[in-house]
Design a protein around this ligand. Structure first.
Ligand SMILES: [Zn+2]
Length: 227
């Protein structure tokens, strides 16, 4: 567990991160890790002195199993509404499989197997978010399709921070585009990242890898200039 900002805790769950917003209108959980890290997620919430029943909202950056894995278990412990981008909801309820392309079809076999074993889907998403919608916590939703059709970034203008989900990775502290095998539209993913040029942020948080606590905008812009 890492306090990345006075209002934000990074919950490290193996190779994937969830985030706990403790600022206004929280506590709000952003992403839920993998099904096999659910116990760890509960332990970390307890360490942050947040019981699941106290959660005000669960926001999902996208519907991949390593981000929605703890969701079903959590919904049994809290009445907090679940929120995601409006086009991503069908992947979180399991009504559709997210698009795959090329060698992604091989990766999808693993994903389908994991989904068959862990059954991570929930019957309903309560809050369907749209581009530039503002959440009660003060996050502005930025639609960042490419990795998945409804991938979002959560931008907090007041706190100058952004949570990027898998729109951009920082594995091993090195910025990279989302993993090709799991990204059906890399051109669109790259185009989505251009939206970051307009935003003013100092802290960036990623679905994978450490956060950049200060100077994130300059580092990300320098990375995008090389792509
Ligand atoms: Zn991921």
């Amino acid at each position: 567990m890492e306090q990345v900002h006075p209002h934000l805790i990074r919950i490290e769950l193996g190779y994937v991160n969830a985030f706990l917003w403790t600022g206004p209108k929280g506590p709000t959980l952003i992403d839920t890790g993998s099904p096999w890290t659910f116990t760890k997620l509960l332990d970390q919430l307890q360490a942050a002195e947040v019981v699941p029943a106290a959660l005000q909202r669960i926001i999902l950056t996208h519907g991949d199993i390593d981000h929605i894995g703890g969701l079903k278990g959590l919904t049994e412990l809290t009445d907090a509404p679940v929120a995601c981008h409006t086009v991503e909801a069908v992947y979180i309820t399991g009504q559709q499989h997210r698009p795959v392309k090329g060698l992604g079809k091989v990766a999808a076999v693993w994903t389908r197997l994991a989904e068959a074993i862990y059954k991570p889907f929930i019957p309903q998403v309560q809050e369907l978010l749209l581009e530039k919608e503002c959440t009660p916590e003060g996050f502005v939703v930025w639609h960042m399709p490419g990795h998945t059709p409804g991938q979002i970034a959560l931008y907090h203008p007041e706190d100058k921070l952004i949570i990027l989900g898998d729109a951009l990775l920082n594995r091993g502290g090195k910025l990279s585009l989302p993993i090709k095998l799991f990204t059906p539209d890399m051109d669109q993913a790259l185009e989505s990242l251009q939206k970051l040029r307009k935003l003013d942020f100092d802290t960036a948080c990623f679905g994978h890898g450490p956060c950049i606590r200060h100077g994130a905008k300059a580092q990300i812009m320098a990375f995008l200039d090389t792509q």
